[in-house]
Design a protein. Sequence first.
Length: 85
Amino acid sequence: MTTTRMVPMSDLCQDLFGLSAAPPEAFLNHGDALLVIAGDGEVSEAELARLVDHQRRMGAPEEVIGLYGEFAHRPNAPRSCGRPA
């Protein structure tokens, strides 16, 4: 049986959403969804900085935050919408 690693979420996230922990993939998928919404085909440095700040306040691990910079809107990009091409 495989056990999913859970990452504790911040007090802010617990207060806002009632969530106490989530797997790293949930942070990654949530961040990617926000990048899709914010982006117009490209993610500006300001948009990425805002996302990183938001995700840190929610408790996202640094290993996940480092992946946000690899996000790409193009379908054949190395990390399109959070999934390897």
